[in-house]
Design a protein. Sequence first.
Length: 306
Amino acid sequence: MSQGSTDQGPTDQGPTSHESPGDRVDEALAAEGRPTPDVVIEPDADRLARSVASALVARLAAAQAVHGTASVVVTGGGIGTAVLQRVADLVAEPEHAVVDWTAVDVWWGDERFVPADSSDRNELGARQTLVLPAGIPPERVHAIPSSDAGFDEPEDAAAWYAGELAAAATRPELMAPPQGPDASSRAVGGDGVLQLPRFDVLLLGMGPEGHVASIFPDSPAARDDRPVVAVRDCPKPPPTRVSLGFSAITSAEEVWLLVSGEGKAEAVARALSGATPLEIPAAGARGTRATRWLLDEAAASRLPRG
């Protein structure tokens, strides 16, 4: 755990002459015998958004070098949108033109089940901020259906999106790698097997109570094994949503949790000190190859300090 990363992560901006707060968190978790994710602490939200954007461009470029394509699952929220804006800024700079954006697949971690033109839609912000400026082809943009897209219920929209995941998984360039856990298939309600495509990076924000995507503490979605779930009576408006479930989130090669603000510091500390996914859903968001908590100083303020 550190204030910077040397392998496709945010660059080291912190002092090197003494042990960082992140290092002490590592020691505390290791003493309890817990596996430790990679935790990066940046001074503020702006620095966090800039460093994550640079890291994301590098990671997608690396994926394209191996597979010919790259895939990312995007998130909404303040810090998620800020990261996409910083990525768009990099797209406009020739020296950063290392990603072929016509070969990037974009998915969503969750969406509000509202009309397509609603400002509550995560899709709108992502399209305006990154998809359109980067010139990502429509066929590579996989939006979760809106409430006026011909689906009467969120469960119908969730089933359709699950089918989109399955269809994409049959494309050779999007197949999940065979290494490590079997991330290419998951059970669907016990009735069959759903193929999941390769997610190179899955971005998640986190709410002050620890929710990720639209999986809230002690909710039905937190207990659901399906890759895509309908969420009703959400404690945060709008109340009806469609979300990736844990089985899809944990199939991603890398899961990056982007968290800023002191109001989320307690949930960050609980997630990194042994809370269960039912208590703090963010604690259950782990990638098959890497899990990165990307924090600003305020969000990290309740982590152990020596």
